[in-house]
Write a protein that binds this ligand. Sequence first.
Ligand SMILES: *[C@@H]1O[C@H](CO)[C@@H](O)[C@H](O)[C@H]1NC(C)=O
Ligand SMILES: *[C@@H]1O[C@H](CO)[C@@H](O)[C@H](O)[C@H]1NC(C)=O
Ligand SMILES: *[C@@H]1O[C@H](CO)[C@@H](O)[C@H](O)[C@H]1NC(C)=O
Ligand SMILES: *[C@@H]1O[C@H](CO)[C@@H](O)[C@H](O)[C@H]1NC(C)=O
Ligand SMILES: *[C@@H]1O[C@H](CO)[C@@H](O)[C@H](O)[C@H]1NC(C)=O
Length: 285
Amino acid sequence: MYLKILCLVTFLYASPGLSFKPVVLIHGIMTGSNSMEMILHRIKEKHPGTIIYNVDRFESWSSLETMWHQVLEIGQDVANISAKHPEGINLIGYSQGGLVARGIVQTFSNITIDTFISLSSPQAGQYGAGFLHLVFPGLVKDEVYELFYSRVGQHTSVGNYWNDPYHQQLYETYSVFLPYLNNHLQSAESQNFKNNLLKLKRLVLIGGPDDQVITPWQSSQFGYYHGNETVVEMKDQAIYKEDLIGLRTLNESGRLHLVTVPGVNHFNWHTNVTIVDNYLLPYLD
Ligand SMILES: *[C@@H]1O[C@H](CO)[C@@H](O)[C@H](O)[C@H]1NC(C)=O
Ligand SMILES: *[C@@H]1O[C@H](CO)[C@@H](O)[C@H](O)[C@H]1NC(C)=O
Ligand SMILES: *[C@@H]1O[C@H](CO)[C@@H](O)[C@H](O)[C@H]1NC(C)=O
Ligand SMILES: *[C@@H]1O[C@H](CO)[C@@H](O)[C@H](O)[C@H]1NC(C)=O
Ligand SMILES: *[C@@H]1O[C@H](CO)[C@@H](O)[C@H](O)[C@H]1NC(C)=O
């Protein structure tokens, strides 16, 4: 018996490539698949044999196309990838790509994701000059709701997750994406959105206080402003307390991991090798 176990252990250690699930990477806004190459190479180096798909749709300016469009298009690719790997795949999205990725996880019932890692993504929305000025340098955060909360404003990805704490009624009236994905507003898909998120084996939400672009940075872990610019953490938000999309159930079954890393600017999460080593690789098996 002892010998058998020893042999099995040796076998597992000697053939690491067999055990790593394929990984899908989704890039951030105004960039493309190139920006994810450090992560790709590092995973291949440390977990040899891993098959990696680096999404090259919606690069550069087309990353501003609507969130639902991106979710449905990239989701078809991921569904095809998933069909090829019935044992399950892992998904990593950076910045806006992490919100596209969550849209895919919650929308597609025919995708089997083992671990989904959201790397500094505006999961609860965005209200800050940092992100806004990446794309629209001339706009002012406390006035931009007039643009985003309109039919036309909803034609950009950023408008789809702009969450102005001072104009919640307009957000609920006009935003076609985030309030629905978060089951803040009910739709025919609400139950499906929750069921699909609950199929994850692990949800890892990475973010940090020195991000300077995701505002508030706690949005990377479902914390957000409430009423004014005072941040309310995830555990005290309705989305968690009322288990609207399954976050509380995920946590109670040990599947939700909040990872807070200080000292990382938004533009360094995907270029900093210690982030991959310490916070991505341990979850990729
Ligand atoms: C998915 O796979 C099907 C069947 O192989 C193919 O017809 C379709 O074009 C693929 N879709 C995408 C988005 O790659
Ligand atoms: C996955 O489901 C979507 C509809 O939700 C469908 O359009 C797509 O063809 C399916 N893809 C695969 C590979 O089963
Ligand atoms: C923000 O709202 C919270 C709770 O509603 C309140 O306690 C706090 O005083 C408010 N802060 C400001 C600056 O208005
Ligand atoms: C998640 O679960 C852990 C362990 O059960 C618990 O300590 C933690 O407080 C929970 N997190 C939240 C946000 O409730
Ligand atoms: C890289 O990440 C580590 C945390 O893993 C952090 O302490 C360090 O400041 C980061 N460096 C840069 C340049 O972002």
